[in-house]
Design a protein around this ligand. Structure first.
Ligand code: GLN
Ligand code: ZN
Length: 754
């Protein structure tokens, strides 16, 4: 039986080649364009994206993946799940943005990370509200494409199981009841699509990837049986991504016309399962073979082989060829990147190029010749592999010469450190950055555009450092920082100074709402070139007798917030970064900076989706941190910072980092973290953030004293540090000064009662 290969796209970036989407959104928010203009320009973009995908040769073009903010929020609003605090505005679009962004009276809905990506979705709040269908967005978008472009699209929806799993405001025991409320609404949405003539509908269920229980699977079964009975004409493509599916046999047996599997990030698991269990004859397999999360060009020869192998194990004649997940997680097109070197450029593939790869593969497999495309692809990748990332013998030697742990245990180091610093009980400090005011941003822009000379810019940075050293002394903090005014981003700053990183001009990816990030590309061996932070830290130290903490970003965070090589284990790249950072640590120590903070805010978000893979990841993460921070004197104090309060489930690893002091977020977890210390022992220096820097509110002395008291019921006072919960770069100066003054008073008053 001849296989019929069908090209597909599971989702496309919203941002636009030049972040047009962001600009339209922000112009509307700041009243610079009217609602009509907003709706019209968004519609133009939406249609343009559909046409573009079709022109690239994609047969199944997704619709309704486009959003004004976030597709999970779209779904919540579509089902009328508007929390009470946002009700009554009488205007759906306004309500929608209020939920996303908050108002003076109503705090925004919570936002959280989309699985293990850097995208953030708005968490639906179920609460007491009974859902009801407000508008059928997938239907509207389907009809729009049909009417305006004459195009039959593939509507995309988030599946009910995943939607409920990601929602909050209900007890686990009520899952079934909530599902019973939602399911008829989903059915209506699908029935209307069926009536409108849709054929394939993609229903995303990424929650089938992490570990789920048998009982949960029964709900999934029920969902898809309901759809099969109620919308029999519709071809439902049940789409999974980011890893192998948990219950492969059961998932592939669900009554859906097609099953989408990730053969990039879930390659091992899905391939092994496919070989072992095969694939049902009555279903179409959608094979995600092009990486939807990284920016490297695919080896088309290897992918062709992979698809043939998949084909051999799946008997049905129809096969869908597609990226491993929505292309939301990669930039739009590499064609605007005129400044990259040609060898690197030749090895890149952003969203548009990935769709071209899909089209080329579909062509080749369908028996059309694409010899030139294949040849060019193989050549470009060969040249790239020959040119970059040689991991020379010197690099290996350097790594092997580094200690992977500190010479003395914490308790002994602490004696030296206490003698060196003579800090008061409950020392006060901050996490590193001070307000990045307009003045700071403008100066940086002028410098980057060449309008400000390096000398003038340097002078400006020094003036900011001086201003804040003086302020910190006035406030009465015990351990000072230089304020990070020279950094716009904690990864980009280091990437620009280390070897092995490249920066794109337009490689933006949506992080949340209109916020985008432009992750650096790690393409070559990462090596140390010259000290990166010494000058600023040393200058700051020269202005004060108090200790100044040096400030670095850790190896795992640099890795997790970059696009890294996909042909080299992540662990290897993290070790290279660690070795380079150890040189910086060394340079700081030599220049008299003997307290050094190495931030690792992104360790937690890099945790694998499957629990059984956590240990391996945490092991190399700890090793990387220790490689960076162990080649120093016992009296040098290593700090680290992490921005989250889920702590209990990785406390062993946090302890293994062997940092002398860790600062960690507490204030938003409402004491939950403190409780976890009642059972977990933490026996090194620790600062639990005593106030929430995400809010402009100035916290009172008493509330921070309360926080300290609560913590000291479970933690020893001689290990406890007092600090805000994260860096202060997003706050303004008066707020920051007032809050820190109150914090210092709270520390002083707490000391007196001990
Ligand atoms: N040192 C950094 C800062 O203060 C830490 C930021 C972070 O943890 N995300 O800005
Ligand atoms: Zn933080």
């Amino acid at each position: 039986m001849e296989t019929n290969w069908i090209s597909s796209s599971p989702g496309y970036p919203r941002l636009g080649e030049n972040r047009e989407w962001k600009r339209i959104l922000e112009s509307y928010w700041s009243d610079k364009i009217s609602r009509e203009e907003f709706l019209q320009t968004m519609k133009d973009l939406r249609l343009q994206y559909l046409q573009k995908q079709k022109d690239k040769g994609i047969a199944l073009v997704p619709s309704s993946d486009f959003s004004y903010y976030d597709h999970i929020l779209d779904t919540a609003v579509m089902f009328g799940l508007v929390p009470e605090r946002f009700q009554g505005s009488g205007d759906m679009l306004q309500t929608y943005f209020n939920m996303a962004r908050g108002t003076d009276e109503a705090p925004a809905c919570e936002m959280t990370k989309w699985f293990n990506t850097n995208y953030h979705y708005i968490v639906p709040e179920l609460g007491e509200i009974t859902p009801s269908l407000q508008e059928n967005k997938p239907l509207q978008d389907f009809k729009e494409a049909k009417e305006e472009l004459g195009m039959d699209t593939k509507p995309v929806l988030i599946g009910p199981f995943t939607f409920l799993k990601l929602s909050k405001g209900y007890e686990t025991a009520d899952f079934e009841a909530k599902l019973e409320q939602l399911l008829p609404l989903y059915t209506t949405v699908l029935q209307q699509l069926q009536e409108a003539g849709a054929s394939w509908v993609q229903i995303d269920e990424p929650s089938l990837v992490p570990t789920i229980s048998e009982e949960e699977f029964r709900s999934v079964q029920h969902i898809y049986e309901t759809f099969a009975a109620d919308v029999p004409e519709l071809s439902i493509l049940l789409q999974t991504y980011f890893e192998g599916v948990h219950f492969y046999e059961k998932v592939t047996s669900l009554p859906a016309a097609g099953i989408g599997l990730d053969f990039v990030h879930g390659y091992e698991k899905n391939m092994a399962a496919l070989k072992q269990f095969g694939f049902p004859e009555d279903k179409t397999l959608a094979a995600g073979v092009i990486d939807g999360r990284n920016i490297w060009r695919a080896d088309l020869k290897a992918k062709e082989e992979l698809l043939k192998e998949i084909d051999a194990h799946a008997p049905q004649s129809d096969k869908i060829v597609q990226p491993s997940c929505s292309l939301l997680h990669v930039p739009v097109t590499k064609t605007l990147e005129t400044k990259l070197d040609s060898v690197l450029y030749g090895a890149l593939s952003f969203a548009d190029e990935k769709l071209e790869e899909i089209a080329a593969l579909t062509d080749v497999l369908s028996g059309h010749s694409a010899a030139d495309t294949m040849e060019e692809n193989q050549q470009a990748l060969k040249t790239f592999a020959k040119t970059y990332r040689q991991q020379s013998a010197d690099l290996t030697k350097e790594r092997e010469s580094l200690p992977s742990k500190r010479e003395l245990p914490f308790a002994e180091r602490k004696k030296y450190q206490d003698e060196t610093w003579e800090l008061p009980l409950l020392p006060t400090t901050t996490i590193g950055s001070f307000p990045q005011t307009k003045e700071v941003r403008v100066a940086r822009q002028q410098f980057r555009k060449g309008e400000k000379s390096p000398e003038a810019y340097n002078e400006f940075i020094r003036s900011k450092i001086k201003e804040w050293i003086d302020l910190q002394e006035d406030i009465g903090l015990d351990v000072l920082v230089h304020g990070e005014f020279e950094r716009n981003d904690m990864v980009e700053f280091f990437g620009e100074k280390l070897n092995g990183f490249a920066f794109t001009s337009y490689g933006w990816v949506q992080s949340y709402g209109s916020r985008c990030v432009k992750p650096p590309i790690i393409y070559d061996d990462v090596t140390f070139e010259a000290p990166m932070t010494v000058e600023e830290s040393r200058y700051a130290q020269s202005l004060t007798d108090k200790p100044v903490k040096g400030m670095l970003t850790g190896p795992v965070t640099i890795l997790n917030w970059s696009f890294e090589r996909d042909d080299i284990p992540r662990k290897e790249t993290s070790f290279q970064i660690a070795v380079a950072l150890s040189r910086e640590v060394q340079a700081l120590e030599e220049s008299g900076i003997n307290m050094i903070q190495v931030d690792e805010p992104a360790v937690r978000e890099g945790l694998p989706l499957k629990r059984e893979e956590w240990d391996e990841y945490l092991d190399w993460s700890v090793t990387a941190f220790r490689l960076a921070t162990s080649n120093i004197k016992a009296s040098t104090q290593i700090h680290t910072h992490m921005c989250y309060s889920e702590f209990q489930d990785m406390i062993e690893s946090i302890r293994d980092l062997d940092a002398d002091v860790i600062s960690i977020e507490t204030s938003r977890s409402h004491g939950g973290l403190i409780e976890s210390f009642e059972t977990a022992v933490y026996d090194k220096g620790i600062g639990l953030g005593v106030y929430d820097i995400h809010s402009p509110r100035v916290p009172s002395v008493d509330e921070m004293k309360d926080m300290i008291d609560r913590a000291l019921r479970v933690l020893p006072a001689d290990l406890f540090w007092i600090n805000p919960d994260c860096g202060l770069k997003t706050r303004n100066t008066p707020e920051t000064v007032d809050s820190l003054k109150n914090m210092v008073r709270a520390a002083r008053e707490s000391r007196e009662t001990r």
